[in-house]
Design a protein around this ligand. Sequence first.
Ligand code: PMV
Length: 326
Amino acid sequence: MKQNKATALAHPNIAFIKYWGDKDPDLRIPVNGSISVNLDSLYSRTSVEFDPALVGDQLTIGGRVPDDLAVQRVNQFLDHVRQLAGFSTFARVTSENNFPTGSGIASSASGFAALSLAASAAAGLELDQRALSRLARRGSGSACRSVPGGFVEWKAGKDDATSYAISIAADDHWELHDCIAVVSKEHKETGSVAGHSLAGSSLLQGARVADTERRLELCRDAIINRDFQSFAEIVELDSNLMHAVMMTSQPQLYYWQPATLAVMQSVIEWRKGGMPACFTIDAGPNVHVITTGDNLSTLTAYLDQIPGVIEVLVSRPGKEARLIDI
Ligand code: PMV
């Protein structure tokens, strides 16, 4: 072990073309590719120290020991890092999110991206960005997209070596803003790990997956050309397709609440009125509303007035996961 301690920072990401369903749940090889952007103002900061005095891994998130399932997931992940590094020393892991806990923003993507970088650096592994993205994928699928910077595409691939994310445009390529309309701070009942395993039980999943390459191409082109109208149409379609799969899974998964729909309908109306805005929703009730830089203050003021919107968190495109000094 050349070094035994490192700290990394990574941003969560919001998917424009969604990942929903696994080809291989253990390696988290997805059934379809996806596209996202990192969220600059939100981050996880994670420190890892391998210490020969420890008799087991120790984990705290925001100063607390998380539930057993989360601890087990991190243990398994660290076992893989130890296997790559060829040693068996346990680690002390401390992680913090700068976004309010329970705000419904998934922290697994930023958390595992930061953990991948901090743990591999602390273990003395010198991984390039592709290898880091593959490593993060094992912790949480969407975490592989929080490793590269800016606008990112996860190439689904067919196995561990071919499933990783790459940057398709830098963070300053397009001044988009993600305004997260938080409508609930409750912990969701069915998380994404269980959700992915239900995807195949929907009659609609086959059609959604079969059409993915077309949607990926439209979204990629819209980003490269900064074409907001085309971008808005494909992003909303993709989110609706994923939620249609969720709602028609067995058992059914409903993530929306009345305020979720109120925001969606308002965004559609505002766009008809000429404002560049579109929505996308992950496995939860909160709505990510995307807009361009010059419309940001009008949009957040509009969102704030919708009954049921508790707060609006604003972020611009963020950079790659990186090591930091503390
Ligand atoms: O990486 P996971 O297992 O948290 O899955 C993410 C699933 C969605 O957020 C709903 C879609 C996506 O592509 O981020």
